[in-house]
Design a protein around this ligand. Structure first.
Ligand SMILES: [Cu+2]
Length: 120
């Protein structure tokens, strides 16, 4: 029984080592530790910010404020989805231009609530 447990623990370590080795080969940037706070305010039917610019590797502390109506904010490329006002942190670990959009069916202008997250 003890041997089985020891083997299991060893396997977990080996698996973790393989995973971390793979991780170092990807082009994703490690988190720099810099925190960028971004607040996006939603009204019917627009964002106050059409573009959000952050630096690659930054931890983005994204806050959604609903000034009018009920909106959510979603950035699919970073698996971020705030379905109501609140704050969510994520690491902008890849450069490029990504879409953010309203994630709550808020009314006729829902489809126009689109913006760009630019990671440079
Ligand atoms: Cu909406």
């Amino acid at each position: 029984m003890k041997t089985k447990v020891a083997i299991l623990i060893l396997s977990v370590f080996a698996f973790a080592t393989i995973l971390s080795a793979c991780g170092s080969k990807t082009e994703s940037a490690a988190a720099t530790g810099n925190v960028t706070e971004v607040t996006v305010t939603g009204t019917n039917f627009a964002w106050d910010a059409k573009e959000i610019k952050v630096k690659k590797g930054d931890t983005v502390k994204l806050t959604l404020v609903n000034k009018q109506g009920m909106h959510g904010i979603e950035i699919p490329d970073f698996k971020v989805n705030l379905d109501k006002a609140g704050t969510k942190e994520f690491v902008a670990d890849k450069a490029g231009t990504f879409e953010f959009k309203c994630s709550v069916m808020c009314g006729t202008g829902h489809g126009e609530m689109i913006g760009k997250l630019i990671v440079e």
